[in-house]
Design a protein. Structure first.
Length: 387
């Protein structure tokens, strides 16, 4: 019986390397656009904390790496173990390589990505910053005409197609006379702290306007938007969104003209839009650090407080049967603070209701003026002040 011979040596390794590179890239892009991005949006809609989102998506990115390795091993076993199967393997490899080049080409066509609905065509604007997707040459010229001082690009040259787009953007900016400031970032698998610090330093001059973008205009720009809104907390009151009556997880109740705000645990967006940007200085959490379910959220808000220069104070109350006296003491504490305070439950449990009742009890009553007192005295002439 004739023994079948496998493809060995450098030829086998070369084919497998070419396969994992092409399959990992092509499949990874599809995995990103049609699974990771929608899944991240689903998590955000459910109010999942950003730290948890980053952790889950980072694990999924790592999982794709493992899947690529397993598929490559299967490809080697199926097509490279016997010489007679090698031609079929080369055909499969050619198909994967062609697919990766086609996907690479479509990624460079930003108009196609907008039409596909993956690229954010809308821009989020503020007085000094506009956040959006990759700008083509026409858009750069419009930004120059609108008086922008520069463009902050978050594209990462370590990603092959983003390097091509970055080089193209630099050439286009040279023609339009607009400055490009490159601060490479990666979502989910990198903290990006160095780039964020450098962007904050660049934008320290309040007189300059910048257009900030990544590729899709959906992920990395959100990190920067949140960081810059924190670095410039003194936003004019008219630019603030009105405080809503409810957050994602429950009611919001302001006291003393919003000096004290009672609410649920904010989502990532609510933290920045309705806590940080409203110049809240202290966050008072009623969650219990001894409860494993609460402890995860406490760690998350510790991170948020540290990143945004907030004071976090833990004042645990029992979620189901809070002590009324402890609720009154907490109400007195938050009312006695000099700075604006956000005090929260997680949802709207018994401790939320107990604290709301305690805050209403301690609400200052309007003082009666002397004229009002005198008029009431005059209306009761038969009353004897000295019985």
């Amino acid at each position: 019986m004739q023994k079948t011979r496998s493809l060995k040596g450098w030829r086998r390794w070369l084919l497998q390397l070419l396969f994992i590179s092409s399959f990992g890239f092509a499949g990874g892009v599809l995995y990103l656009l049609f699974f990771l991005v929608p899944f991240e949006q689903w998590l955000a809609d459910r109010g999942t904390a950003q730290g948890i989102v980053d952790l889950v998506l980072g694990a999924l990115v790592f999982g794709w790496g493992l899947i690529s390795l397993c598929v490559t091993a299967f490809f080697g076993w199926l097509f490279l173990s016997r010489r007679r199967d090698v031609p079929a393997g080369i055909g499969v490899l050619a198909l994967v390589v062609v697919s990766s080049f086609a996907i690479f080409y479509f990624l460079l066509d930003t108009d196609f990505m907008v039409a596909l609905g993956e690229m954010n065509e809308e821009n989020v604007e503020s007085e000094r910053f506009t956040y959006g997707a990759y700008p083509d040459e026409r858009r750069l010229e419009e930004l120059k005409d609108e008086g922008y001082d520069g463009v902050i690009t978050l594209l990462n040259p370590d990603i092959p197609f983003e390097k091509v787009l970055l080089d193209e953007e630099l050439a286009n900016a040279e023609n339009s006379g607009l400055s490009i400031h490159s601060y490479p970032m990666l979502p989910w698998i990198s903290q990006n702290e160095k780039s964020l610090r450098e962007i904050e330093d660049l934008t320290d001059d309040d007189t300059k306007r910048f257009y900030v973008h990544c590729y899709l205009g959906k992920h990395r720009v959100d990190y920067v938007r949140q960081a810059l809104s924190t670095a410039s907390p003194g936003t004019a009151p008219e630019e603030l969104e009105p405080l809503p009556k409810t957050f994602e997880r429950g009611r919001v109740v302001p006291f003393d003209d919003e000096k004290v705000i009672l609410g649920p645990y904010p989502t990532e967006e609510e933290w920045f839009n309705f806590v940080v940007r409203r110049n809240v200085k202290e966050v008072v959490s009623t969650l219990n650090p001894d409860d494993p379910g609460d402890a995860v959220w406490i760690e998350e808000e510790k991170r948020i407080a540290k990143e945004n220069g907030l004071t976090l104070t833990l004042k645990p109350l029992d979620a189901q049967s809070p002590d009324p006296r402890a609720a009154r003491e907490l109400a007195a504490y938050v009312r006695g603070r000099d700075e604006k305070v956000y005090v929260h439950d997680f949802l709207e449990s018994e401790r939320f209701q107990a604290l709301e009742a305690a805050l209403r009890e301690t609400e200052p009553r309007p003082e009666r003026d002397a004229g009002d007192t005198a008029s009431r005295s005059a209306s009761s002439p038969n009353e004897n002040p000295n019985p």
